[in-house]
Design a protein around this ligand. Structure first.
Ligand code: AMP
Length: 540
């Protein structure tokens, strides 16, 4: 028997209509050199209609790709909403990709239009002659006069294109399963791979971002989105904000600790999201320049394991609780969220909050071993995490990658345990695992332990070859400037925190842990530095 329910498609246009009317007084704040500029969601709605008219006039009348090469700002939000709503596909280009990778992804996605922030023109321009499908460049901000575009690429000013266009648009009814937006993975191994999100997947994912046991974005929140709009769709926050009526605070290009602190003081966000390195940087800055940041009732941190020391620092020094979450570009990205079970307190509660968290009902998770046999969820047996669900990808756009999928499940490349009550704890990426004398050593556990030392600003652990044990951990440490702590003291500090056989004997002091295009520790680059003999290693 079929249900009697209406089958109305879930769509971005519905989020746009709802947010710009019901929540028309919420606003998007964009940070600039001279403070904030603001735009209400009602205004954003009108400008989205104007943008859609402008894009139609440029020939976007189907599922052509409209790319963005932008910071987080109001215009990027308009592209997020208008492009999918008109039936086209938004492609958020990662502004920090290597030039070859940028050229590869723009050509692979067949981007027809690129909307670019004026401040990013110098980064994009050298690549333009190699972008074979781009016909239009739409520039936000300043004048377009001095832009030297290749033949066949028309340059437009964003504001001039919108001028005089109607403020309403007849948003077409789209198939909810069609692509709305695409992101490419950050490509630390091989070429970046494209993930195409559907209207339906984005809609359902937005509901999860607003769910009380998930990130719990609520009406009236002021959400500071530091995580770039090109990194896994800013973790879904822009769409969720339009769904629920939360205002958005966009930092544009001002991502360093000092302007972020200034932005927080001026705009008093209640919620924020970014990778751990951003928060670590902000904390070190605030130690020198104390300021109240407790307007944030919670910050969502993920993308890399959050060191427990960072969680405690934020809660105790700044009065800001950290919510730890796990996800991937391939998972929209929200997977698990570390809300402790109801009723837990003290150390027990913290133990749950350190984990990568629990999956919502819509996302199924399992662990498999090297033979693809299922590993029990007993909290100790280790396996590779596989996931599936309505906002988890089942393939990559335009390429075969059978090694990344397994009977409809996504192989995440992450390794860890799951408890009987569903809490995931990750110990490593499969490619980062350290196998010493046949036993696994978790690089994440070692990093968390070292970063617990007050003299340590950052620490990353990789496996290096060892004659006796095959592999042993190497700890690369960035010390705070104001300390004379030695590496031997750090090793001593670890001695009661990790098993004796895991205690690392190889240490190196570095200036900075290399970072990927989305601000995570780049262990591939660290391994290359080791192989090239560029790390000065102390054996203790
Ligand atoms: P990306 O698609 O660039 O966001 O990268 C996804 C990968 O980031 C995952 O497969 C994990 O390896 C890592 N990751 C994301 N969140 C966490 C977390 N909370 N703890 C540990 N690793 C994480």
């Amino acid at each position: 028997m079929l249900s009697t329910m209406n089958d109305a498609p879930l769509s971005i246009a519905q989020l746009l209509r709802h947010g710009s009317t019901v929540h028309g007084t919420a606003d998007v704040v964009t940070w600039t050199e001279s403070g904030a500029r603001r735009r209400s969601y009602a205004e954003v709605g009108k400008r989205c209609a104007a943008l859609a008219h402008a894009l139609r006039d440029l020939g976007i009348d189907g599922d052509q790709r409209v790319a963005t090469f932008m910071w987080n700002n109001a215009e990027h939000l308009e592209a997020y909403l208008a492009v999918p709503s008109m039936g086209a596909v938004l492609h958020t280009l990662n502004i920090r990709l290597f030039p070859d990778q940028l050229i590869h992804v723009a050509n692979h996605a067949e981007d027809r239009v690129i909307i670019v922030d004026a401040s990013l023109i110098p980064l994009l321009s050298p690549q333009l002659p190699h972008l074979t499908t781009v016909e239009h460049l739409i520039v936000t901000g300043s004048s377009t006069d001095d832009i030297d575009a290749p033949d066949g690429v028309h340059v437009h000013s964003y504001e001039k294109l919108l001028e005089g266009k109607p403020e309403v648009f007849e948003w077409p009814e789209v198939n909810e399963r069609s692509a709305a937006a695409m992101c490419y993975t950050s490509g630390t191994t091989g070429d970046p791979k494209g993930v195409a999100y559907s209207h339906r997947s984005i809609y359902l994912h937005s509901m999860q971002v607003c769910s009380s046991d998930g990130p719990n974005l609520t009406q009236g929140d002021r959400a500071l989105t530091v995580v770039p709009q090109f990194h896994a769709m800013s973790w879904g926050l822009p769409y969720a904000a339009f769904m629920i009526g939360a205002s958005l605070i966009m930092p544009d290009r001002f991502l360093q600790p000092a302007p972020l602190a200034e932005l927080i003081a001026a705009e008093r966000p209640t919620f924020a999201a970014a990778v751990p390195t951003i928060w670590q940087g902000l904390h070190l800055y605030l130690e020198q320049h104390p300021q109240d940041i407790s307007s944030m009732r919670e910050v969502l941190i993920g993308g890399s394991a959050v060191p427990p020391s960072l969680m405690h620092t934020f809660e105790h020094d700044h009065g800001v609780p950290v919510l730890h979450a796990w996800g991937m570009t391939e998972t929209s990205p929200l997977g698990s969220v570390a809300r402790p079970p109801a009723g837990t307190t003290g150390d027990e509660m913290w133990k749950y909050r350190y984990t990568q968290g629990r999956f919502p009902a819509s996302v199924q998770a399992r662990l498999v071993d090297d033979n693809d046999d299922l590993v029990p969820h007993d909290g100790t047996s280790i396996g590779e995490l596989e996931v599936r669900g309505p906002w988890i990808t089942t393939s990559y756009y335009g390429i075969d990658a059978p090694e990344k999928f397994h009977d409809g499940w996504l192989r995440t490349g992450d390794v860890g345990t799951i408890t009987p009550d569903g809490y995931l704890t990750l110990s490593d990426r499969t490619k980062d695992i350290i196998k010493s004398g046949g036993e696994w050593i978790s690089s994440v556990d070692l990093e968390n332990a070292v970063m617990g030392h007050p003299a340590v600003a950052e620490a990353a652990v990789i496996g290096i070859p060892d004659d006796k044990w095959d592999e042993r951990p190497l700890v690369a440490v960035v010390l705070r400037h104001d300390t004379d702590t030695t590496l031997a003291e750090l090793q001593q500090y670890l001695s009661d925190k990790v098993a004796k056989w895991q205690l690392p004997e190889n240490w190196t002091l570095i200036e900075e842990v290399p970072k990927t295009s989305v601000g995570k520790f780049d262990k591939k680059q660290l391994r290359a530095q080791f192989q090239d003999g560029n790390l000065d290693i102390t054996r203790i």
